[in-house]
Design a protein around this ligand. Structure first.
Ligand code: HAM
Length: 419
């Protein structure tokens, strides 16, 4: 039997991990400047958390979750996203009432059983940031400002911020009625899926990619025109904040997002280089979710960046991982000695290549040249007898003889490394 990775799940090989690490390191360095701290949480949660949090009629909950019953008979789900989970963390550990809110970020794999295609996987990775316990206003602008600056630091090229406000529960209810009335009149023109959505989740019709549906919704009433006074001024504050940070955005009243918990400001960052799956990031406010999962009423906002999509856009190039030293060894005794010496040098901080494969000196030097190492340490029977080794610096070819006993002191100095 030939084993292969599960469809839609990818191995990330050493050639790629350098770029992954750069992005992750950048997030770990960047977000704390804005007051965010890292959290790490399990992959598995009780299924009920996501049903309640994300919404029963969303695609994610209806068709995409990896759900199973464990040996204790509990229904568990591999997290499809981090927001509902982080609300659970916030409530479980009673992290309320923190000045400035609870500001956190997390990174890791998420799981959705979607149809795999470019930029869409069944196991994918997100960098997720959340602020819990702070009302709408400048914090949204601060968050989106951080997001855009981070994407810039990741060298993603030109991206567009789409911004909308869905309003609070009350404005949403009134808007929903108007929208349903509008769509009902044009129901025969909608695709089958949207006709179903009309009953269950009419806002999602706005998001449908079918040309027939798009033609209808382009004239649909807009959520932004149905905001109550409070939501209107909150949204204005967000826009003013973004203007003052010089963050460009496009107001887009078709932006509804695929998860049910959003209220107020929602946003996405898209790039036309990504094709059909064009969103590199999505986010918004979810002021009712914390209460929904058992906590007190607390306002909250956040976003998640898809790392795979970010990397499709990023021009970041990891620095080459060149080794400091190649051990060229001639004969069994030299190979044994080489093992001991390289272990000691590696513990001392040098990056050492050890390949005890019994090749000729010429072949070993050729290999070292190809790898781009700085220097080769040659160990042959003669050298060992004398308690010495020959160091050859690759650039320029200069050679010198070194005592084996003091290599841990001499080599780092010669190779300009700290001892
Ligand atoms: P989302 O829009 O479902 O939002 O996902 C956010 C991002 O994750 C997307 O823009 C995309 O880059 C990436 N993504 C989603 N699904 C896939 C997939 N199947 N394959 C590859 N990448 C994918 C959320 O997850 C919300 N929790 C965001 C949020 C945080 N809202 C508030 N706080």
């Amino acid at each position: 039997m030939k084993f292969q990775a599960i469809r839609g799940m990818k191995d990330i090989l050493p050639e790629e991990t350098g770029q992954w690490r750069m992005v992750e390191d950048l997030a770990r360095e960047f977000f704390p400047r804005f007051g965010f701290h890292e959290v790490r949480s399990p992959i598995l949660e009780k299924t009920e958390l996501f049903i309640r949090g994300i919404g029963e009629t969303t695609d994610v909950v209806e068709k995409e979750m990896y759900t199973f019953t464990d040996r204790s008979g509990d229904s568990l789900t591999m997290r499809p996203e981090a927001t509902a989970q982080l609300c659970r963390v916030y409530v479980e550990h009673k992290l309320y009432n923190q000045p400035g809110g609870w500001k956190v970020f997390t990174m890791g794999p998420m799981f959705r059983h979607e149809r795999p295609q470019k930029g869409r996987f069944r196991q994918f990775h997100q960098i997720d940031a959340e602020v819990m316990g702070v009302d709408e206003g400048l914090v949204d602008a601060e968050l989106i400002g951080m997001l855009v600056a981070f994407l810039e630091a990741c060298q993603v090229g030109r991206v567009t911020v789409r911004l909308n406000s869905l309003g609070c529960k009350e404005c949403r209810l009134a808007y929903r009625e108007k929208l349903v009335a509008f769509l009902k009149e044009r129901e025969e023109g909608l695709c089958d899926e949207c006709r179903r959505r009309l009953e269950l989740n009419p806002l999602r019709v706005l998001d449908c990619k079918q040309p027939s549906c798009q033609a209808i919704v382009k004239d649909a009433p807009s959520s932004a025109d149905h905001l109550c006074g409070k939501c209107e001024s909150a949204f204005e504050l967000v826009r003013r904040g973004l203007d003052s940070l010089k963050v460009e955005y496009n107001l887009d009243n078709r932006l509804v997002r695929g998860l049910d918990y959003y209220v107020g400001t929602t946003f996405e960052v898209v790039s036309d280089k990504l094709g059909g799956q064009d969103a590199v990031c999505g986010g918004g406010r979810y002021d009712d979710l914390i209460e929904e999962v058992g906590g007190p009423p607390q306002a909250a906002t956040g976003f998640a960046i898809g790392i795979e999509r970010l990397l499709l856009l990023s021009d970041l190039e990891p620095p080459p991982e060149e080794a400091d030293l190649f051990m060229a060894m001639l004969g069994d005794q030299a190979e044994e000695m080489g093992l001991k010496i390289s272990h000691r040098l590696r513990l001392g901080g040098l990056k050492v290549v050890l390949e005890a494969e019994g090749k000729s000196l010429k072949a070993q030097l050729r290999r070292a040249g190809k790898m781009g190492v700085r220097a080769v340490l040659i160990l042959g029977p003669e050298e060992i007898k004398a308690g010495q080794a020959v160091l050859k610096i690759m650039e320029g070819g200069e050679q010198q003889t070194l005592d084996l006993d003091s290599l841990n002191q001499t080599l780092p100095r010669i190779l300009h490394k700290k001892a």
